[in-house]
Ligand binder design. Structure first.
Ligand code: FAD
Ligand code: FES
Ligand code: FES
Length: 493
């Protein structure tokens, strides 16, 4: 097979086309905008995806449809933007021209004081307005979870979000009015070729297809895979790590597919949290709150379920839920695939069952059986945009006599990997699903886990939370198989 190669990255930046033949593997979009292009409206607050000061919109085609999403420019690599449209705050109003409706709304409602966070808020609100011109307060709050303001306060900003559609008409917005033209430009940029930039020490590859991705990785087993870069971006901005050679996957449509059949859902590894949301929540409403509390909107637009699994973090939010749902993961090396239960992918802290040159291709989530009761709880210091102290998922199947026929309990934050509470499960199996059985079983958590103390939580707190969450799950599954879903803020008693 002859592979056609291009040696440049091409994308649209506001109203210009950019072509770069030299790009560093660690060059972030934020540095590119501010240093290379002197576009300094996009700010740097934290350089780790937390504050939203660097928010820009990235438009990209998927199945021919152009969608714009807010992202954090501080942890997005320039090389990943091939075939995309980057929209910065500078595109919204010309010098001395009229303000954009989102900007005018911010002015009218006094939603800015020092102004440092304002471009980021404007871009997040612009992204929301394009998808949803009349959002509810809840939808506005969700879109702004990843934007921090330390002086104005959020009430005025929410009023601004509500006012935008009374100030401007979405249909007249340039990104909406010129969508077909932009989509044609982006389609022309995507030639399906493999992109290769840089010499040995600075190599960046964007494979031309999924098969090409598999071949590139097999030939370069030490390469760093970059999906949404919401973890890898921080290796660079916080730890100054050298990540070359780098192989990107976020541009591959084949790795963004979601398929649903009679038995379950298959998520290709590059599906973002945002892309997975609708289908997952339709089939597993119990996942809604967890999903809404992963990062902020920008992180959910970039981050992938595949990345959350592959990084093997003990505090990643999706593994406990997916383990309790009996998910499996498909790994691929070259043309060879193997599937394994997700729980066996995590071997020990920092070590997963992934061979050099192998990658996570997809995750399979079977549907729950009618008799299954399932819930997932995230416990963190802040409700929004925080990493879990403890994350727990429970699934129990009762027989006709109310006894526990099957039970899976999986935790994050309690061990060096996401891990099942096998001793608690064994203590519950065969018992009547009762308070007495649960109170007897919780002692077995001490055999299953020896949690750590860190800045998120003490070992004692984690253990208490684990026990109380099982009690909570039991209480919530008493009257109906539909588990109540509300804010899982655990209180130590
Ligand atoms: C501000 C902020 C908030 C966050 N909040 C949360 C949170 O609430 N809950 C949570 O769980 N996480 C959170 N995270 C962490 C992060 O968003 C997730 O772990 C995310 O799922 C990582 O996915 P990604 O696509 O960005 O991975 P990347 O950063 O691109 O990659 C992560 C790791 O996985 C590897 N990798 C990626 N894809 C593959 C693949 N297909 N095959 C093999 N290896 C692969 C990479 O090489 C790397 O080792 C947060 C991060 C930030 C910056
Ligand atoms: S600078 Fe804070 S999220 Fe990017
Ligand atoms: S206006 Fe000052 S940080 Fe938001």
């Amino acid at each position: 097979m002859t592979i056609e190669i291009r040696n440049s990255i091409r994308f649209l930046l506001n109203d210009r086309q950019v072509e770069l033949a030299t790009v560093s593997p660690v060059q972030t979009l934020l540095d590119f905008l501010r240093i290379d292009r002197n576009l300094r409206g996009t700010k740097e607050g934290c350089a780790e995806g937390d504050c939203g000061a660097c928010t820009v919109l990235v438009g990209r085609l998927f199945d021919g449809r152009l969608r714009y999403e807010s992202i954090n420019a501080c942890i997005r690599f320039v090389a990943s933007l091939d075939g995309c449209h980057v929209v910065t705050i500078e595109a919204l109003a010309q010098p001395n021209g009229p303000l954009h409706p989102v900007q005018q709304a911010m002015v009218d409602t006094h939603a800015s004081q020092c102004g440092f966070c304002t471009p980021g808020f404007v871009m997040s609100l612009y992204g929301l307005w394009m998808e949803n011109p009349k959002p509810s307060v809840q939808e506005i709050e969700k879109a702004l979870q990843g934007n921090l303001c330390r002086c104005t306060g959020y009430a005025a900003i929410i009023r601004a979000a509500e006012a935008i559609s009374s100030i401007g008409e979405l249909g007249k917005d340039p990104l909406v009015a010129e969508r077909e033209k932009i989509a044609r430009q982006l389609a022309a940029l995507r030639d399906g070729r493999r992109v290769e930039i840089g010499g040995e020490q600075e190599r960046i590859v964007l494979p031309g297809s999924l098969d090409d991705f598999a071949a590139v990785l097999e030939a370069n087993p030490k390469a760093t895979i970059v999906a949404g870069s919401t973890d890898v971006g921080l290796w660079v901005t916080k730890f100054m790590r050298d990540i070359a050679p780098v192989v990107h996957l976020s541009h591959l449509e084949e790795l963004r597919r979601i398929s649903v059949d009679a038995d379950g859902i298959t998520l290709a590894a590059g599906v973002s949290y945002t892309e997975a949301y609708a289908v997952l929540v339709r089939h597993f409403p119990q996942l809604r709150e967890l999903w809404d509390r992963i990062g902020g909107e920008q992180v959910r637009n970039m981050g992938t379920v595949g990345g959350n699994i592959a990084n093997g973090s003990p505090i990643g939010d999706t593994p406990p839920a997916l383990i309790a749902l009996a998910a499996s993961v498909t790994l691929r090396k070259g043309g060879k695939r193997r599937a394994l239960p997700l729980e066996s992918f995590f071997i020990e802290y920092g070590r997963q069952d992934r061979q050099p040159g192998e990658f996570v291709e997809s995750v399979r989530i079977p549907f729950l059986a009618e008799a299954d009761r399932f819930a997932v709880y995230k416990v963190s210091k802040r409700v929004d945009e925080d990493i879990s102290s403890v994350c727990a998922a429970f699934r129990v199947t009762l027989d006709g006599e109310g006894r526990v026929a099957d039970v899976t309990i999986a935790f994050g934050g309690m061990a060096g990997t996401p891990k099942r509470a096998s001793n608690v499960e064994a203590a519950l199996k065969g018992s009547v699903w009762s308070e007495t059985a649960v109170n007897a079983a919780v002692a077995a958590f001490e055999q299953d886990f020896t949690p750590l103390s860190d800045w998120r939580a003490s070992a004692d707190y984690r253990m208490l939370v684990a026990k109380n969450l099982l009690r909570r799950f039991h209480l919530e599954t008493q009257d109906t198989r539909n588990v109540r879903i509300d804010r899982a803020v655990a209180v130590a008693v």
